[in-house]
Design a binder for this molecule. Structure first.
Ligand SMILES: [Cu+2]
Length: 184
C-alpha cells in the first residue's frame, strides 16, 4: 500500500465478474489511488495539488479508496505528513483538481440542490454528501471513512478536497483528483 502511494498516481480497479453470486460482504467494486502532494507550480504535475504548504506540506501523501456494491458505497481517505493536531474538513467534490482551487467545483451531492453553489443545510450534510473530516495525529497521519446507501453518478465525482476547517466549508488547502465511479 505504501509502495503504491510512493509511486504517485497508481490506480487499481477490480471488477468482479458476474456480481450476482458474490456474497453480501464481498465488494464487487474496489478502487484505490494514491499520490504525493505538490504545489500547482511543480515541474512534474501531480494528481494531488497543495495550495497551502503550511497545512498540507509538499511531499505529504494521500490515499483514497472506494469500494462497495449496488446501493452500498464506502469511501476512505488516509493521509500522511499533515500538520499534527489540525482538524481538516474533507469532502468529495464534483470535478478534477486544477491550479485554481475552485476548479474542483462544489461538493458531490446525492440529492442535488437546485440552487448552486449549494449552501442549504438540507443538502449540505454528511448524509447527502461524502464528508471525510479528520484530525491529524501527533505523527501527521489521519484517516476517515464514509459509508452511504447510494453510489456516485457516472462522471459526477472527480476529487477529494481538503479544507482549513471542518463542517462543510472553508478555504481549500489541497485537492486530489480521483477516478470515482458508480460501484454497482
Ligand atoms: Cu469541500
Amino acid at each position: 500500500m505504501v509502495a503504491g502511494m510512493l509511486a504517485g498516481a497508481v490506480a487499481t480497479a477490480v471488477l468482479a465478474a458476474g456480481g450476482g453470486a458474490v456474497g453480501a460482504d464481498a465488494p464487487c467494486y474496489e478502487m484505490r489511488v494514491g499520490a504525493r502532494f505538490s504545489p500547482p507550480t511543480a515541474f512534474i504535475p501531480s494528481s494531488a495539488i497543495t495550495y497551502d504548504t503550511k497545512l498540507v506540506p509538499a511531499g505529504s501523501s494521500i490515499e483514497v479508496e472506494q469500494r462497495g456494491g449496488p446501493g452500498d458505497m464506502a469511501v476512505t481517505v488516509r493521509v500522511k505528513g499533515m500538520k499534527p493536531g489540525h482538524a481538516y474538513g474533507v469532502h468529495v467534490h464534483q470535478k478534477p483538481c486544477g491550479a485554481d482551487p475552485a476548479a474542483a467545483g462544489g461538493h458531490y451531492q446525492h440529492h442535488v440542490d437546485p440552487e448552486q453553489p449549494s449552501e442549504n443545510p438540507a443538502y449540505v450534510n454528511a448524509r447527502n454528501e461524502v464528508w471525510l473530516d479528520f484530525t491529524a495525529g501527533g505523527d501527521g497521519s489521519g484517516e476517515a471513512s464514509a459509508r452511504h446507501g447510494w453510489e456516485f453518478r457516472t462522471g459526477g465525482a472527480g476529487s477529494v478536497v481538503l479544507h482549513r476547517e471542518q463542517g462543510g466549508a472553508g478555504d481549500r488547502l489541497a485537492c486530489f483528483t480521483v477516478p470515482f465511479a458508480p460501484v454497482g
